[in-house]
Design a protein. Structure first.
Length: 538
């Protein structure tokens, strides 16, 4: 069911004693720019201006920081993933590129349309037109092969590197780029552990293989479609804290010392970043069908070369806006408080580029915590099933796993309190699964979550009664990626183990689950052993 911005309903029975409350937004009335759904007529009009802007950026010399590929290198050099700066950094990045497209396209009203993949689990047809696909012939003079790309971009990029200030160089060193050669190694796919070239880790994608999906094959596969469905997106909106040490209760991922550094312990991916964000990137770039690589642009950190990147991230930003408005309507904090807010806000973002080609050398995260910095809002609708809850119930203590040979055994107790409405949807069950990411060349990036599967079942389709979801790593292994990784995984409500009748469940309605991982596509690879696991209802 689609609700307008004014009619957006939030179930708050466990928080405010009322089942549904309407929402209104003053920001929607005052915003100068509107990001439309790409499927609407106005969204499609924006795509025409987007194409004009890309054409202009492609024609700029490599020495101009607004050049389309130079623009993508901002993401390559500085993007944060798996930490609580993910949303705010990408808001700043997308916002400045949006201003550049507005300037170079000649459309003063331009704003990125968003691709709501929950509503439309396939690439919009218009995104295969002309320069809106990176496989278009207009890209070939620059990306025909790695030699062509190197000749075009490397001299200008190295000249830019040589003018970085000491603070920028410190951030590059923290990311593992202590000199320019190490940065370029990431472009061509040099594995930081072995020193050998792994084609799957190359950020560069040749023109002919720049995007896996095509006009004749535009749909997300069933597992990616699951990862963008309301079964996953809904639980991702349930947390009532911007950050919580327990990732099942956190809207954002790990808290780290800086947006360019790894956490002191396991990276923790929150639901929305770890699932729809990562999985959409991977599948568009061909993870699975094109294993072990080379992959398309969207799979690694030069992903903004593919114009679909900005529609994808406009939707991720929209979901942050949906969560923020939900919090405001309920009188809850939309950001951390006190010293945590200072830490979040003061982290320097030093690589953005304005629409006039000048560098933003004094930026910080706090500049982009609100959409007001770029003056935009989102077009309705917000899509949610009828009666869907958007506020977590009172948290129950998580059940911890007993581990044996990398397999987690858990018991999910019956709900502490029964729902007041017998017809209310079941509370989502979310697991945390901790693994060490394989770093060997050509290692799998995606693993299916198998629940109560017989021992001889080593792979499943999305419609399997044992399929709980997929965990997906985005991008190649990087400097400092030696820690474990924890994913918050909303288990599919269609799991046989969760939908079994009460007569088949244990004492007092408890459910016993056995969870393990299996490579999603690389069937010849051994699955990683689970190192920790928990389970709880939200």
């Amino acid at each position: 069911m689609a609700f307008t911005r004014r009619e957006f309903l939030v179930t708050t029975s466990t928080l405010a004693g009322a089942s549904m409350l309407p929402f209104q937004s003053a920001r929607a009335q005052s915003a100068k720019y509107i990001r439309y759904n790409v499927t609407t007529d106005k969204g499609k009009e924006m795509l025409k201006s987007y194409a004009k802007g890309i054409q202009a950026m492609l024609k700029l010399p490599a020495s101009d920081p607004r050049n389309w590929f130079r623009n993508a290198f901002i993401h390559f050099m500085d993007c944060p993933h798996g930490n609580w700066w993910f949303y705010v950094w990408h808001r700043g990045y997308v916002g400045y590129v949006e201003e550049t497209i507005r300037s170079l396209s000649g459309d003063p009203s331009f704003a990125f349309p968003y691709w709501d993949w929950t509503e439309l689990p396939q690439i919009p047809g218009e995104m295969f037109d002309s320069v809106l696909t990176p496989a278009d012939a207009a890209y070939a003079p620059y990306t025909q092969d790695i030699g062509t790309f190197t000749s075009f971009i490397q001299p200008a990029l190295e000249a830019y590197w040589n003018q970085l200030n000491p603070t920028q160089l410190q951030q590059m060193a923290a990311r593992g780029y202590t000199h320019f050669k190490l940065l370029w190694d990431g472009v061509i796919g040099v594995n930081p552990g072995t020193g050998s070239v792994d084609p799957g880790d190359a950020a560069f994608a040749a023109n002919a293989r720049a995007r896996y999906l095509t006009r004749d094959n535009p749909k997300l596969d069933p597992k990616t479609a699951h990862e963008v469905s309301w079964d996953v997106v809904g639980p991702g909106l349930l947390p009532v804290q911007f950050y919580n040490n327990d990732v099942t209760l956190s809207f954002t991922s790990s808290k780290t010392p800086s947006h360019v550094t790894m956490p002191g312990s396991a990276t923790q991916f929150s639901v929305l970043e770890g699932h729809p964000h990562n999985k959409v990137h991977n599948y568009i770039g061909g993870v699975g069908p094109w294993n072990p690589g080379p992959f398309g642009s969207m799979t690694n950190f030069l992903s903004p070369v593919d114009p679909i990147f900005f529609l994808h991230h406009a939707n991720m930003d929209r979901l942050w806006d949906v969560w923020t408005r939900k919090q405001q309507r309920l009188g809850l904090h939309i950001l951390p408080q006190g010293k945590e807010l200072e830490q979040l806000s003061n982290d320097p973002f030093l690589f953005f580029v304005r629409s006039d080609g000048t560098f933003v050398l004094d930026g910080k995260a706090g500049d982009y915590l609100s959409t007001e910095r770029f003056g935009y809002t989102y077009e309705e609708p917000v899509t949610a099933p009828a009666g869907a809850r958007l506020v977590a119930a009172k948290a129950e203590a998580p059940a911890k796993a007993t581990l044996k040979k990398g397999v987690a055994a858990l018991t999910l107790p019956a709900p502490v309190a029964k729902a007041a409405d017998a017809n209310a949807p079941a509370r989502p069950v979310v697991a945390t699964l901790t693994v060490s990411r394989p770093t060997e060349p050509s290692s799998p990036r995606e693993f299916d979550v198998l629940v109560n599967a017989p021992a001889d079942v080593t792979s499943v389709d999305a419609d399997s009664p044992y399929y709980g979801g997929t965990v997906a790593f985005f991008g190649p292994p990087m400097h400092g990626m030696k820690h474990d990784t924890t994913f918050a995984v909303p288990l599919s409500p269609r799991l046989q183990a969760l939908s079994a009748p009460a007569s088949l469940k244990g004492a007092k309605g408890a459910v016993k689950l056995e969870i393990r991982l299996a490579p999603s596509t690389a069937k010849d690879k051994a699955p990683p052993a689970l190192k920790a696991a928990t389970l709880r209802r939200l």
